[in-house]
Design a protein around this ligand. Structure first.
Ligand SMILES: NC(=O)c1ccc[n+]([C@@H]2O[C@H](COP(=O)([O-])OP(=O)(O)OC[C@H]3O[C@@H](n4cnc5c(N)ncnc54)[C@H](OP(=O)(O)O)[C@@H]3O)[C@@H](O)[C@H]2O)c1
Length: 348
């Protein structure tokens, strides 16, 4: 009976808003006020201008991060974010932000943006892979790849791979580097026969929930893969974890959900509003993984509860298949822009 009660408490803490985090066990508590001082550190947050990503940006700046790069799409949104930072934390905090307009689904732009970041900093301590296409309809990118996978997984792998030399040199100087991918409990919407073996498979329309869920599974498997090959390999000071932020009241769950479900989406955008976390609660697990944890290879749910994830996430071979396919697709689609120009496509 005690185990059942614990499970119910964790489920509420992990997913819902209000005072839910207080239900987690003491050893799995984490509050944004416990974020360690970030003086001297440098971070990259994709989608750091709104929602959960902005929660991360704001928290890092309010804990004295020295430099922060935001990659996102909308000038208007990032202007609003920086204005808010300036008003609440002062002009010096706002000056620490560099915005780089970059569609993470545009792999060539991602490569150029990574190079620009590397030219503007000599260290990188935190990489939060947060930007995403939410529960939306199926689309193909110009490269002929499902847009959910292209943005949520492939674009982030390209960004990370190009930034790895910087993270390795930061770690070599004795610093702990933390990579965080934004997973989701929606990874459970991936069909159980998923193999991640071919582009045709990725380009099969599974419907809005399946498309999104599979891309979140990919982001989660990528963190596990990095832990296995990078952290457990030669780079013990580079930690890689994935997080679920909870059910959070952001553009994704307010607006984007109406694209595939014009009327049905109201159940999520309006009906569930009082149960959702706000963006500050929604960034807690990401902040724990980005600033506090000393462990790697975990799937962390709010506030700081390690979970197992489903059978697909636990399947080591699936992570290997995903990354073999990722290498193949990127090489095929990006040879001229990237591989030919000297990118070794090293993932670890
Ligand atoms: N909200 C939830 O309940 C929930 C639950 C589980 C997991 N998550 C995950 O949490 C993460 C953040 O979600 P959120 O709810 O905070 O979403 P959000 O409020 O919609 O914010 C998404 C951010 O990502 C940026 N973005 C989207 N597509 C992009 C692209 N192609 N290239 C570059 N930037 C892009 C957006 O930039 P612009 O504003 O410039 O467009 C925005 O800054 C996502 O990975 C999501 O899957 C969310």
């Amino acid at each position: 009976m005690a185990a059942v009660v614990d499970t119910i408490k964790s489920t509420i803490a992990e997913n819902f808003g209000g005072a839910s985090h207080s239900l987690a066990n003491t050893e799995h508590q984490f509050d944004l006020s416990e974020t360690p001082d970030q003086t001297g550190k440098v971070a990259v947050v994709t989608g750091g201008s709104e929602g959960i990503g902005y929660g991360c940006t704001y928290t890092l700046l309010s804990h004295n991060i020295s430099k922060l790069f935001i990659l996102s799409l909308s000038q208007e949104v990032v202007d609003g974010a920086v204005k808010n930072i300036e008003e609440e934390m002062g002009p010096e905090a706002a000056r620490k932000v560099t915005w780089l307009k970059c569609d993470v689904g545009d792999w060539k732009a991602v490569t150029q943006t990574a190079q620009e970041i590397a030219s503007k900093t000599d260290r990188l301590d935190i990489l939060i892979l947060n930007a995403a296409r939410g529960i939306m309809t199926y689309q193909l990118t110009d490269y002929g790849v499902d847009r959910h996978m292209a943005v949520n997984h492939f674009g982030h792998v390209i960004l990370t791979s190009h930034l790895l030399p910087l993270m390795k040199s930061t770690a070599k100087k004795g610093n702990t580097v933390r990579i965080v991918t934004l997973g989701s409990n929606a990874h459970q919407a991936t069909p159980s026969d998923c193999k991640l073996e071919s582009l045709d498979e990725l380009n099969t329309d599974l419907g809005p929930n399946g498309q999104y869920g599979r891309s979140k599974l990919a982001q989660m498997l990528y963190a596990k893969y990095l832990n296995k090959h990078l952290t457990q390999g030669k780079e013990p000071k580079i930690l890689a974890n994935t997080v679920h932020p909870g059910f959070v009241d952001t553009k994704m769950s307010q607006k984007d959900i109406h694209e595939p479900y014009p009327l049905g989406g109201y159940a999520m955008s309006v009906g569930m509003k009082t149960f959702k976390k706000d963006q500050w609660q929604g960034c807690v697990s990401a902040m724990y993984a980005a600033t506090k944890t000393e462990r790697s290879g975990e799937y962390i749910c709010p506030p700081a509860i390690p979970e197992k994830g489903n059978a697909l996430f636990q399947d080591e071979k699936l992570a290997e298949s995903l990354m073999a396919l990722t290498r193949k697709v990127i090489k095929e689609k990006m040879y001229a822009e990237s591989v030919e120009k000297g990118c070794s496509m090293e993932f670890y």
